[in-house]
Design a protein. Structure first.
Lengths: 157, 157
DNA sequence: TGGTTATAATTGCAAGTGCAATCATCGTAA
DNA sequence: TTACGATGATTGCACTTGCAATTATAACCA
């Protein structure tokens, strides 16, 4: 009926399923360890890598591949948990920064071993080094927007 | 600090970002065409492939990689839209089937061209045939649970 | 048989998400 | 300088999700 299940047509479908299965298991492990969910890790890590450990809200939304309103609420939660604080922008008084706190750094460090173990067991150990390189290269191609140079490797985890 | 951004360590992160970017764009296109979201497509397609175009709720949840309560509500919505109907199970009176309706088949057919175009442009055309095969093979490995044979190619869309 | 435990599906509730306003500020140009 | 349309961020609201009960039925076994 469609080419969903020809040998190449299945790739997309398998990609979606693999994502769902792996993320579900990672979330399960984080919750079992009484740690926050994956999106908090991503957010903390994005901030930790950022210049001055801070990001403007809209930059943040872009890194996290989500909407501004979602970021507003995510930062609300991170701020309530003491992991991040907001600072008004000097240059543009409409703007705000999300700034990583010391507690935020600690929390990311605390999450990383669980997350790392999951990535290792669920992803890296199931593949050869060559396959991992292939995945990286292919994902980069998929992210690249026509004409725009690759947006970097961050934002995901 | 971590191996997030070594050449192999980035693969997982890129995988997450690629998924987010592509799914976001596909959802955007479906919404722009006044069509339901991706999860409805997945659900309709899972049913269309299933024996008798029906699935027990818990099987459905497994295919869709989500919880039973989510499936209950998803089927509620699909049923309200006339795309699916519920049938009580004969053999096990606790059980229920979700059964694809003619309208459900029509809707999936109506969604497919938009979805197919998106997959083609955002995924297949950015990669070589060899790369697509590699992705398929790698995703299969990631999905496979130790000891359990690959759960098949479905579930994703 | 009667009682206990497991399984199928649903429901209540708290939390998260997406979209369309809204509010404040900026940039530009009459 | 004031008016106008853009931009940054937040908020309101409807919808979706996830988790922990709840309800109904099945399976097991003393």
């Amino acid at each position: 009926m469609t080419d969903h299940d020809t040998s190449t047509g299945a790739a997309w479908s398998l990609f979606l399923t693999a994502h769902a299965v792996l993320v579900e298991e990672i979330e399960r492990r984080l919750a079992a360890a009484d740690l926050p969910a994956l999106d908090w890790y991503d957010a903390l890590w994005a901030l930790e890598r950022a210049e001055g450990q801070r990001l403007r809200m809209h930059e943040f939304a872009h890194w996290m591949v989500t909407s501004r309103s979602n970021i507003t609420r995510l930062i609300d939660r991170l701020e309530a948990a003491g992991l991040v604080r907001r600072e008004r922008s000097e240059e543009d008084r409409r703007g705000a920064y999300a700034v990583l706190s010391a507690e935020g750094r600690r929390m990311r460090k605390r999450m990383w071993p669980v997350y790392e173990k999951a990535i290792s067991e669920l992803f890296e150990q199931k593949l050869s080094a060559a396959e991992i390189r292939q995945i990286g290269a292919v994902m980069r191609k998929l992210i690249a927007r026509p004409g725009i140079p690759a947006a970097g490797d961050g934002g995901g985890g």
